[in-house]
Design a protein around this ligand. Structure first.
Ligand SMILES: Cc1ncc(COP(=O)(O)O)c(C=O)c1O
Length: 294
């Protein structure tokens, strides 16, 4: 029995719904051999997929960028996700979707007439705990050793894995990637934000250097609607260290304050008011109360 996904948890593999423990792919799948595939993570709150269309748009874009034909129509994707959600016991879920180029004789160049492998599963959504949110998280900085197309949600995630492992080994939640100019790009699986000494809310502008987070996008809009100005520009690690606030955003981490970078306190060393306000706006947008909110 797999402790993470109970045997009876249903997954989707190439047109079939089956228990996760029984799902198998051939070893020559290019996702396994080359990391030749892309993925998405769609949040589900109270059994309803949240911001599904932007997630499906991003999946479409990732697939197009790596030249894999989208194997499903929008309606088919919605139906797959819906079926997994309906068959899951937890009401708040993260639905993971992966498409690889498919199974073929090992060769770097694309095989001809290959059928993409499609896999999807729903897992209970694990978000930062109320204690983590109230105390704030720690992050470390690591050189950004990734490729130049971080805008594609590729399953090739070795630098992210190594960075997140380094974070875990030093007791931190996240690792912030720092580019060759000393600027923070993003976290291993989150977007990075600061509130500067002058009160400017800053997150790095969209480019090939970061993944365009759906949570990031929601917050840019929510902040603008609430008359909070967001400046999309690079910020250095030095600026982040001297910032008033820092926080991270993602589908599964929401808006969570960072109170230490490389062991040194950010601002007062306590979660800040801007992150709290943005989290409130985000939960309002989700239409779901924040668990354990004061
Ligand atoms: C590298 C990276 N940046 C940012 C994000 C946040 O994106 P989203 O808000 O769509 O979850 C993720 C999410 O997995 C990520 O892997």
């Amino acid at each position: 029995m797999n402790p993470i996904h109970p045997d009876d948890s249903l997954c989707y593999l190439n047109g079939e719904y089956l228990p996760l423990s029984g799902a198998r792919i051939p070893v020559l799948d290019r996702g396994f051999i080359f990391g030749d595939g892309v993925y998405e993570v769609v949040p589900v709150y109270h059994k309803r997929a949240f911001r599904l269309e932007p997630h499906l748009d991003r999946l479409q874009r990732s697939l197009a960028q790596v030249r894999i034909d989208n194997p499903h129509t929008r309606d088919e994707w919605r139906a797959i996700i819906d079926r997994l959600v309906r068959s899951s016991t937890p009401v708040d879920l993260a639905v993971y979707v992966q498409v690889t180029r498919g199974v073929a004789r090992r060769d770097f160049a694309f095989p001809r007439n290959v059928t993409p492998t499609v896999f999807a599963m729903a897992s209970a959504l694990t978000r930062p705990s109320a204690a983590q949110r109230d105390a704030g998280l720690r992050t470390i900085s690591v050189p950004d050793a990734r490729w130049l197309r971080c805008d594609i949600k590729s399953v090739s995630l070795l630098p992210n894995i190594l960075a997140k492992q380094a974070a875990r080994e030093s007791g931190a939640y996240e690792a912030w990637f720092v580019d060759k100019d000393g600027n923070v790009t993003e976290g291993g699986s989150t977007n990075a934000w600061i509130v500067t000494k002058d009160g400017e809310l800053v997150t790095r502008q969209l480019s090939n250097s970061i993944l365009g987070g759906i949570t990031r996008r929601s917050l840019v809009k929510l902040a603008a609607d609430a008359q909070i100005k967001v400046v999309e520009r690079p910020f250095s690690l030095e600026e982040a260290r001297g910032a008033r606030e820092a926080f991270l955003t993602s589908t599964t981490s929401f808006v969570t304050p960072i109170t230490k970078i490389d062991g040194k306190p950010v601002g007062t060393g306590k979660p800040g008011a801007v992150a709290a306000r943005l989290r409130e706006l985000y939960y309002g947008y989700m239409g779901s109360p924040e668990p354990g909110a004061a």
